[in-house]
Design a protein around this ligand. Structure first.
Ligand code: SAH
Length: 349
């Protein structure tokens, strides 16, 4: 398989073109074909001279991943498993929400090194970071599932991997997503979900791009958080909250805190009260995510009553709460599940 042309940035593509006696405007034409006209091959790029199309096709492909699994749920959610050129696989998802809202969920790593005990993506550790091109490729593969008149509107970086452990490549990819000549999805419509790595959060605050940040808390105190999110022993809640506050101060973007509810573990009323205390005074939204079962793991989805009571306690403390509706759970949409199933033959309970 040839490498994807997405590996070349604008400067490199222009240089490649000029070596072949082509002017720089060809780069813009090629980009338009790939990002706006959704071309999958150079042969389709009919306003380029034929020899140039042939030169391009001899060295590159447009998209280098192959779709090895494509699942569709009744609610319009579609999930792809992409095989990359080195044989590794990553998952990405298209969510059809309201009439115009077309959100994609993308991965940043093969596997994950954070070790959250309830998450399918990290069960086998991290294999490698994705390149910016591989991150952009997921966007384009998902875009091509839409009819021509529909556009991608939002991105959530909530697939496999810890985005801030691969922040350099992620930021390059998101700049392409935001570029008017790329996908034109502005930073305000992009959410980065992170386990909370303080140094990378401070760096993001300095980036000057107002991405929406979602920080995965999952516990109101360090003792429980370190059990559920082992990387917490190196960071600790107070450093995470401090860096999240710095992000809010720098960008003005209201923070979201994610909290996966695990039945009998972190869903008790006193834990809701402790969480309310921890977040008091912040312009924050809490996203409660009922645990989505992962084959082979012992955790339980919380009862309806526990979710309602947890929500009530937070709301009474004047904290905004949203309970995440499940989408596409019948197609293994919880990150990492499809890859595990395909790679290891594990199936859902
Ligand atoms: N590494 C990032 C992205 C993870 S996926 C992060 O930690 O935020 C997005 C969210 O889904 C995270 O809050 C993650 O903890 C949560 N999640 C992972 N596995 C889950 C499961 N089985 N059920 C419900 N939520 C899960």
């Amino acid at each position: 398989m040839l490498p994807s042309l997405l590996n070349l940035d604008e400067v490199q593509l222009t240089a490649w073109l000029s070596e072949r006696g082509q002017l720089a405007y060809r780069a813009a034409q090629i980009r338009e074909w790939i990002f706006s006209r959704r071309a999958s091959s150079f042969a389709e790029m009919t306003n380029l001279p034929k020899p140039l199309r042939e030169d391009l096709a001899a060295e590159f492909c447009v998209l280098s991943g192959t779709i090895t699994s494509h699942q569709q749920a009744d609610d319009g959610t579609e999930k792809l498993l992409l095989r990359l050129t080195d044989g590794q696989t990553v998952e990405c998802v298209l969510l059809r929400q309201t009439k115009l809202r077309r959100t994609i969920c993308i991965s940043t790593q093969v596997g994950c090194g954070m070790g959250c005990v309830f998450c399918a993506s990290g069960l086998d550790g991290v294999v490698r970071n994705l390149t910016a091109a591989e991150i952009v490729e997921q966007m384009l593969q998902l875009q091509r599932l839409l009819p021509a008149e529909e556009r991608l509107s939002h991105i959530v970086v909530m697939g496999m991997g810890e985005p801030l452990a691969n922040v350099d490549q992620l930021l390059i990819a998101l700049r392409t997503a935001g570029d008017e000549k790329g996908l034109g999805i502005s930073a305000r419509r992009i959410t980065i979900s992170t386990v909370g790595l303080p140094q990378a959060l401070h760096r993001l605050a300095r980036e000057n791009a107002p991405y929406h940040l979602a920080v995965s808390l999952h516990a109101p105190d360090d003792e429980l958080r370190t059990q559920l999110v082992p990387v917490n022993k190196n960071t600790g809640l107070s450093a995470i909250l401090e860096s999240a506050d710095a992000y809010f101060a720098a960008t003005g973007r209201r923070l979201t805190f994610e909290y996966v509810l695990l039945g009998g573990i972190n869903d008790a009323p006193q834990q809701a009260r402790a969480l309310a205390n921890l977040l008091r005074g912040r312009e924050a939204l809490i996203n409660l995510i009922p645990y989505n079962p992962v084959a082979g793991l012992p955790y339980k989805t919380p009862s309806r009553r526990a979710v309602d009571e947890f929500t009530d306690i937070l709301e009474r403390a004047e904290i905004r709460v949203k309970v995440r509706r499940r989408k596409g759970d019948r197609i293994d949409a919880a990150c990492g599940q499809l890859r595990r199933k395909v790679e290891s033959g594990v199936s859902k309970p």
